[in-house]
Design a protein around this ligand. Structure first.
Ligand code: PEP
Length: 295
């Protein structure tokens, strides 16, 4: 049995090794993070196949891994999945329990042992959620003890007009207006350009790095230097086993939120894309994922 101090020292050494891949500006606190957003996909049998794919995969301990199945499959995934992969939800209601037909409260998710929840995904914002509503929902979830994957991202018109930051910064400001410094310790930001989601059009490492660095700088202005330095900023938008290594080599890209590729064995390659452990080889497990369902 090792002491807590020894365990922490070992964890810190391995974290340092994993982050030494990046430039010196990268904070040691920002452990690489990969989330899988399974969206509205699957059946009981396909979900069981995904669980078994993940359970058989070699996943580096240098990456924090979370998968977010449809709410109806959350309990089954929690029951069958290896314990080193956390389970999240894809959305939640803005308040607690009550007469809100069709909603799922953060209280319920917490009760089921869910640890993360995605908020502000563009596929939900597209249904009319304002920045303030998304932020209020995130704050409620944090107050109930969940951790939050807080999404932001611009449409193609803003990218083409050169106004990406004008679109994204107000989304970040809405979060910053309601999160305390302590809240930020349980938040990761997912920058997901809408034009890249499900299109096969991944942002280039330079485009993504540029926006991530801008978000981090802005976060420093609205929430302080420590929050900016320690908050992980994920990239999302057609990330794949092929594009992940180049993107993850950028100093402000701290992981990925993955849609389509999270339904395939290639998800493990994304999890392992920046590991320093040479013993991790690409996985080869006996299912094909869900093909292009939902993309
Ligand atoms: C997403 O929807 O969060 C996402 C990143 O999807 P995809 O990887 O399929 O573009």
């Amino acid at each position: 049995m090792i002491s807590n101090t020894a365990a922490r020292a070992i964890a810190q050494t391995s974290l340092k090794a994993s982050r030494s891949f990046h430039s010196s500006s990268t904070s040691l606190a920002r452990k690489f993070f990969v989330g899988g957003n399974w969206k509205c996909n699957g059946s009981v049998s396909q979900t069981n196949e995904l669980i078994s794919m993940l359970n058989q995969s070699t996943l580096t301990t240098e990456t924090e891994v979370v998968v977010c199945p449809s709410q109806v499959y959350v309990q089954g995934v929690k029951d069958g999945l290896r314990s080193d992969v956390a389970v999240g939800a894809q959305d939640c209601w803005v308040q607690g329990n009550g007469a809100f037909t069709g909603e799922t409260s953060a209280d319920m998710l917490k009760d089921m042992g869910v640890s993360w929840v995605i908020v502000g995904h563009s596929e939900r914002r597209g249904k009319g959620e304002s920045d303030a509503e998304v932020a209020a929902k995130a704050k409620y979830a944090l107050d109930k003890g969940l951790s939050v994957i807080a999404c932001c991202g611009e449409p193609l018109e803003a990218r083409e007009a050169g106004t990406t930051n004008d679109f994204v910064f107000p989304q970040i400001k809405a979060y910053a207006d309601v999160f305390t410094k302590d809240d930020w310790e349980r938040v990761v930001i997912a920058y997901e350009p809408i034009w890249a989601i499900g299109t096969g059009l991944t942002a280039t490492p330079e485009q993504a790095q540029d926006t991530h660095a801008g978000i981090r700088q802005y976060l420093g202005q609205v929430s302080g230097a420590e929050v900016a330095e320690n908050t992980r900023i994920l990239y999302g938008g057609s990330a794949s086993g092929k594009t992940a290594p180049g993107l993850s080599a950028k100093p402000d890209i701290d992981g990925f939120l993955v849609g389509g590729a999270s339904l395939k064995p290639e998800f493990a390659d994304i999890v392992n894309c920046q590991t320093t452990d040479n013993s991790l080889k690409p996985v080869n497990v006996g299912i094909n994922g869900f093909g292009r369902i939902g993309r």
